[in-house]
Write a new protein. Sequence first.
Length: 345
Amino acid sequence: MSVTAYQTKKGRRYKAVLYLDGAVVKTKRGFLTKKVARQWEQTETRKRTMKTPTGTSFGFVANGYLDFMQERRQAQTFAYKRTVINRLLEFLGGDFIIEELPDSTIENYLVHLKQAASGKTANRHCKELSILWNWAIRRNHIQKNPWRAAEPFPEEKFIRHVPTLGDILKVREVATDEERDWIDALYYTGARIGEITNLKWDDIDFELNTITLYTRKRKRGNHEPRTLSISPAFREMLERRNQRRTADLVFPTRYGNPQPRSGSFLVGLFSRNCHKAKVSKFTAHGIRHHVATRLKDSRQATSYQIQAFLGHMNHSTTERYLHDLAVDRDVPHLLTLEELEEKGT
């Protein structure tokens, strides 16, 4: 193990190098103190010495997997993966030899999740753990993935609540000026809330009348843009905010940072105002569903245009999205009792 200091523009930092059997196995830079660097070395050493004589420790594999994912996935995705692993360890009472996990234990665990939460939760955990086992196979830690043989549980289809235009307008009426701007931004762009929290003034081109939104809803969390035209009403709001801008972000906190997803402002934005407006509760994503439904019902936008507007990578995603939200408004008008009554007279 080795810890060395180096100088940066922001001051002294420390680099830790981990050796095993005389070879460098991992290096990490940027530690603020030597103590923290040494703690990292000790933790990494423990991770890499958890192999047992009879097989591979699940903890050894899981720690390597989480390290790998932390560098490649968003914080929210990483936290979910860690939760899935911790739930399994809690059920089994601690670490175990990964090759010795029997199929019966996997089945019991999935049944436990179904009974404690839902079939959907059990299926999602099974999928996540299968991804972990496949990762371990590619690195020659294990030879097979028993989670792939698990039968999925039936799932109750969730009916999405899509707010009406009237409900959205009522919520706007009781919202503060700042809250109303957020609602309008979500409405005029059909954006995911994360795309608005991270929106910068550099992403808005008033000369070309365009706005560029960035999403990580892509395979491996790639950061990809999409550019939309700005409607007149949305432009008016943006120009007003631009005149009193105090940060690089369009919708910053008072300290100039992005609004935290779990902070009181965004958590209460819709729950608080839906209650005040006396309408059924909906979320920021509910507005996105409303926009998708309204574009489809207008019959003036093709599914490919809707795909581009919503920022779906695959057209099949848009088709499923629209199918789940769709209400057929034509078929009921073909069913009339009046005609039958006239023919019977």
